[in-house]
Design a protein around this ligand. Structure first.
Ligand code: ADP
Length: 554
């Protein structure tokens, strides 16, 4: 797809220079454009700031007809339209809360044979709820004027992602109605299972996938114990490493944001807070102060960060446990956009897990702007969403509790990427402190865990298998009579983190598989542990040893 040999190549390069003011293409941009211009369905995983917008705006400009863009947030859409209009590219948007007359005006333009728009942005609920829009699209399509459909933040389609948004699930209708129109799905964050889910839900056919490494070599990762002195520790860390530099501190609750900001001000930092309870004008004011370096530190919930492109963020601190590895990776990704060394420090305490879990169960955790506002629509699948949230959270816990493996490796494995920890070059706490480790042969434990998954019929989640293995007498264990199994309690001598790490290891080794199932008519998904029959034979027959590293006992 890199080849220069396409009929549109000259036009593409000229417009990239003249209209967008770019001297060249960034990694994968040309490839993605060539694939979508060739009429294929394309799925793009590109880090934030990688230049995803160009991969559809440039084709939109040089293709006949209109490109439909589904984007989750009106504020992001308005920002995009402003840039397009500045570059003299005619674009419009439709959203649910727009005046009727204004919508009619856009519809009128769309029906005109001389329609001026090259791009039409809509929010996902507009596709789900507006028959008028679908009729317009059908009409455009029948006139051969629907050039391409773009789905931005495509990971929102999947309940496995950390930003599930129910309205995205209805977008499969587009491919059903317009099977010959190429779809371009874009995201900055997706695991292999999220990607598979998105491709399936959108009905993409023979989809070409482009992905870039998620590794950010200039970010230094560490996990610190969170104690009662956490705020003093944060103050000290900033003063010693990033004095007067710019950073974000992610907090769990709105109250935490305010408390942390107040304390940091007392310590002499230029800090402020940002969360969903503030009115839009207040939020915009704080964001502006931060962009202009009038304040250095923003103490925020995950509501802060989308569409923020400040290049010199030198640190991202997590004052409490992030809700998923994907979320964590994305939040950290706001540091060091300029490529300069930046720190990502996470303050971890197991009790935060309990707190986040409780808040998730009550539905009071602040969501990223991608998902907020769509909460009410969860009802049909709220249990499933909750379970997925807990699985994601537990993975984060296991990341934090891991004191030996390279942090970069742990994150990248989560995104299905291979990484040699030697290339970390001591830029994470585990690699740099070189904890003394013991290698332990866990083959027998691994075999028992595999047998337990088989004994329980391959119907249960990781956490349930761990509970049974560690001898829990919880109601659910008793209800399924798993307390009567020979392996019930076989792992009670192990620490919980240890057994769960062994299961993770088996999943990473593809001996155990987390099977994703559509489990009801609403399309909910759930995950159960299954055994990969081809891979497990060597382990069961005694031909494979599982050796893992654990911190040496002190
Ligand atoms: P993403 O959507 O992947 O987060 P954007 O599309 O917002 O990224 O692009 C991030 C920034 O990179 C924008 O300021 C954009 O103008 C710039 N950019 C994109 N492509 C190029 C390019 N080929 N050359 C120079 N700058 C680019």
């Amino acid at each position: 797809w890199k080849s220069m040999d396409f009929p549109w190549t000259k036009k593409l390069e000229a417009n990239n220079r003249k209209v967008f003011g770019n001297h060249s293409f960034r990694p994968n941009q040309r490839e993605v454009i060539n694939a979508t211009m060739s009429g294929y369905d394309v799925f793009v995983l590109m880090p934030t700031g990688g230049g995803k917008s160009l991969t559809y705006q440039l084709p939109a400009l040089i293709s006949p007809g209109i490109t439909l863009v589904i984007s989750p947030l009106v504020s992001l859409i308005q920002d995009q339209i402003m840039h397009l209009l500045q570059a003299n590219i005619p674009a419009a948007y439709l959203s649910a809360n727009m005046e009727w007359a204004e919508q009619q005006e856009i519809f009128r333009e769309l029906t005109s044979s001389l329609c001026k728009y090259k791009l039409l942005y809509v929010t996902p609920e507009k596709v789900a709820k507006s028959d008028a829009l679908l009729r317009q699209l059908e009409s455009l399509h029948s006139r051969g004027s629907l050039a391409r459909i773009v789905i931005d933040e495509a990971h929102c389609v999947s309940q496995w992602g950390h930003d599930f948004r129910p309205d995205y699930q209805g977008l499969g209708i587009l491919k059903q109605k317009f099977p010959s129109t190429p779809v371009l799905a874009l995201t900055a964050t997706a695991t292999a299972s999220v990607k598979a889910d998105v491709v399936q839900a959108l009905g993409l056919v023979n989809c070409i996938i482009f992905r870039q490494s998620f590794n950010r070599p200039n970010l230094w990762y560490s996990v610190m114990p969170k104690t009662k002195k956490c705020l003093e520790d944060i103050d000290k860390f900033i003063k010693e490493n990033h004095f007067d530099e710019c950073g974000i501190i992610y907090c769990l609750s709105r109250m935490d944001c305010e408390k942390v900001a107040e304390k940091l001000q007392e310590y002499g930092h230029k800090a402020s807070f940002y969360h969903g309870s503030m009115d839009p004008a207040q939020r915009a004011f704080v964001q502006k102060q931060w962009s202009k370096d009038e304040i250095n530190i923003i103490c925020a919930t995950v509501a802060f960060g989308m569409g923020i492109n400040k290049p010199d963020v030198r640190f991202v601190i997590h004052h409490s446990l992030p809700k998923s590895i994907e979320g964590y990776h994305q939040e950290c990704g706001r540091a060091g956009r300029d490529g300069q060394r930046s720190s990502c420090v996470l303050y971890y305490n197991y009790s935060d897990y309990i707190r986040v879990k409780y808040m998730l169960s009550q539905g009071v955790v602040e969501q990223s702007p991608l998902t907020s506002g769509s909460r009410g629509a969860f009802s049909a699948s709220s249990d499933r969403v909750f379970e997925t949230n807990i699985e994601n959270l537990l993975r984060m816990v296991s990341y934090c509790e891991n004191e030996v493996d390279c942090r970069r490796l742990l994150q990248l494995v989560h995104f299905g990427e291979k990484f040699d920890p030697a290339n970390c070059r001591k830029t994470c706490d585990n690699c740099s402190k070189m904890v003394s480790c013991t290698e332990k042969d866990v083959t027998d434990i691994a075999r028992q865990l595999v047998e337990l998954v088989l004994l329980t019929g391959q119907h249960y989640s990781t956490s349930h298998i761990l509970e049974v293995y560690r001898g829990s007498m919880s109601q659910i264990v008793k209800k399924h009579r798993h307390d009567a199994l020979s392996l019930h309690g076989a792992g009670k001598h192990l620490a919980k983190g240890e057994a769960s790490r062994i299961i993770r290891h088996l999943v990473i080794d593809d001996i155990l598989v987390e099977d994703i199932k559509k489990s009801d008519i609403y399309g909910s998904v759930s995950s159960v542990l299954k055994v990969n029959q081809t891979k497990v034979q060597r382990l069961r027959s005694g031909n494979q040893a599982i050796i893992m590293r654990f911190p040496a006992p002190t």
